[in-house]
Write a protein that binds this ligand. Structure first.
Ligand code: PGA
Length: 256
């Protein structure tokens, strides 16, 4: 069965205070009260999760990472089970900004398995750093998808959301440039084929593939209509309640 379209806000390491986090989140809950068809997820820093959970039933909370062990001597880490117990339901894993700090496909693979075990929906981020004339970037994505999903049981794959985020298009990348809906479409088809080979065509068809990388209210419609995707993962644009709401409304207005 086709799953709902999804818009996920990645707040990254913002805002600076709990007060500002509350203001942004409450502003958002007021604006999205009429949304029915679109699943809305917000991923704030860990320390705001508990407070924000009180403000909305419509917005599902996500975390930006989760460790692969449940509990124990792992200073500085937070487990999927802890997050689930707090009411968190999604977790971003393998974001390029974490990969830049040393996160490997092997780590992401362990984190995906433990997140699924804890009842969380992993949002697996994949994306190439650059596009080369020989199209090597396809093998980069294939290997990220395959390594990160290695050993994940086939019937759990469609629970995972795959976010295609070309690093060269993310707002924080120096000398970035825009990706087009055609770039997104081509890669979404390729990721679905990779998933199909790893599981089955039916499972691949059910799995949500979304796009992230400087999406804003001007580009959202084109990506959603022509990008071959089931949703969006805005970062910077999710820090503005009005802009994020516009993106959600564009998704809500889609015909199918
Ligand atoms: P951006 O971030 O929309 O600010 O480019 C997206 C992401 O990195 O998840």
């Amino acid at each position: 069965m086709r799953q709902k379209k999804i818009v996920i806000g990645n707040w990254k390491m913002n805002p600076l205070s709990l007060k500002d986090a509350e203001k942004l989140f409450i502003g958002l809950t007021r604006r999205i009260s009429r949304i029915k068809k679109t699943e809305i997820v917000v991923c704030p820093p860990y320390l705001y999760l508990e407070r924000l959970k009180k403000f909305s039933r419509k917005i599902v909370l996500g975390a930006q990472d989760a460790f692969w062990e449940d509990a124990g001597a792992f200073t500085g880490e937070v487990s999927g089970e802890m997050l689930y117990n707090l009411g968190v339901r999604y977790v971003i894993l393998g974001h390029s900004e974490r990969r830049e700090l040393g996160e490997t496909d092997g780590f992401v693979n362990k984190k995906i398995k433990s997140a699924l075990k804890a009842g969380l929906v992993p949002i697996l981020c994949v994306g190439e750093k650059e596009r080369d004339a020989n199209h090597e970037y396809f093998s980069v994505i294939k290997s990220q998808v395959e390594r990160c999903l290695k050993g994940v049981s086939k019937n759990l794959i469609s629970k995972i959301v795959i976010a295609y985020e070309p690093v060269w298009a993310i707002s924080s990348t120096a000398n970035r440039h825009d990706a087009t809906s055609a770039d997104s479409r081509e890669m979404a088809i390729f990721i679905r084929k990779t998933l199909s080979d790893a599981s089955s065509p039916e499972i691949a068809a059910e799995t949500r593939i979304i796009y992230g990388g400087s999406v804003n209210m001007k580009s959202a419609k084109d990506f959603l209509e022509n990008g071959g995707i089931d949703g969006l993962l805005p970062g910077r644009a999710s820090l503005d309640a009005e802009e994020f709401t516009e993106i959600v409304k564009i998704c809500e207005a889609l015909k199918n």
